[in-house]
Design a protein around this ligand. Sequence first.
Ligand SMILES: NC(=O)c1ccc[n+]([C@@H]2O[C@H](COP(=O)([O-])OP(=O)(O)OC[C@H]3O[C@@H](n4cnc5c(N)ncnc54)[C@H](O)[C@@H]3O)[C@@H](O)[C@H]2O)c1
Ligand SMILES: [Zn+2]
Ligand SMILES: [Zn+2]
Length: 357
Amino acid sequence: MKALVKYAHEDGAVEVRDVPRPQAGPGTVLVRVHSVGVCGSDIHMWHDTQSKSSKGVLPVTLGHESAGTIEAVGEGVTGWSPGDRVVCETAASICGVCALCRAGQYNLCPWREGYGLKRDGAMAEYVVAEPRVLHRIPEGMPYELAAMCEPYAVAYNAVVERAGVRPGDLVVIQGAGAIGTLSLEVAIQQGAATTVVLGTDIDAHRLEKAKQLGADHTVDVTRQDPAELIAELHDGLGADLVVDATGVSAALRQSMELVRPGGAIAKVGWGPQPLGFTIDPLVKKAVTLYGCYSHTWSTWERVLRLFGQRRLRPDLVLGGTYPIEEWQEAFSAMQRGDNIKSALRMAGPDERAGEPA
Ligand SMILES: NC(=O)c1ccc[n+]([C@@H]2O[C@H](COP(=O)([O-])OP(=O)(O)OC[C@H]3O[C@@H](n4cnc5c(N)ncnc54)[C@H](O)[C@@H]3O)[C@@H](O)[C@H]2O)c1
Ligand SMILES: [Zn+2]
Ligand SMILES: [Zn+2]
């Protein structure tokens, strides 16, 4: 089968390869992938700029935002059948017995192995999954939109489960990529009174999209100092919550400036660069800094419920769907800022000309 494989720790070492089709062993299912979202982390893997805390194995098939149908069910699996439409969580493998797993916080399991990093991922025709990570796709929802459950779950975890946005809050979101945009949608769902999305000069199109999705204000930080705007909103003391979805360490300096005393910062974006400034404003303002990582089963179920009720708009966020051979364009369109989110489409057996179904 075709798979998009990262094969070395160097910039650009990613290519489509022909690899053996995996099998559903005992206790697992084989999923035929229909669609897989491109994540900012896949782009980091392409350029080998992923955070040093995220070193995986090589070679590895990329991709962790998948939607497909169950093709085969391994021995001992109950409750799932061939033909079921599913999305798969990211945590391909967890230890299942550590204190964090037992408490339901398996996103933090030290032995967790994620798709597309330590386990072969879903930018392939087939992927193997434990039933533990499967969720049913709401009826009528197309695969390429359902695959966006993963980044929405990241946003939901940060904005709701970690930072607990309250109705009436002023929420500032740094970054107009997928994570920033989806955090905006979740903050609005949660009742934020005023939302502000910050981007850079590559984000003109994405900031427009943020407006369309309901952002009250957008600022290109390369042209305007957002502090001036924030000082005019609500009581002028700053944001109840700043969500850092930039992937740039230096953004924390601005988060600390924009957050109100007693407020919170949800740090979702990575930042491999060391900080070159003091974080004393966290102390002076008594700010809560939340590290936000991944999501768990109930996060996915809640996002899928919102999908089912059409209360989130993945259709407005997805910028394009590309065949796997055009992965480079799918990745580049996100990198250029043209697409907030790209997806790859896998040709199924029935769609592959000349091959038996
Ligand atoms: N913690 C998690 O579980 C988790 C999950 C998924 C992604 N992430 C991370 O979240 C980050 C964002 O992901 P993404 O896919 O949206 O990335 P992205 O690169 O598409 O978006 C980043 C955005 O931030 C903007 N930006 C950069 N510097 C800025 C600044 N100083 N002020 C305001 N905006 C600025 C960029 O122009 C861009 O719009 C990445 O670091 C990604 O790896 C974390
Ligand atoms: Zn992702
Ligand atoms: Zn564990």
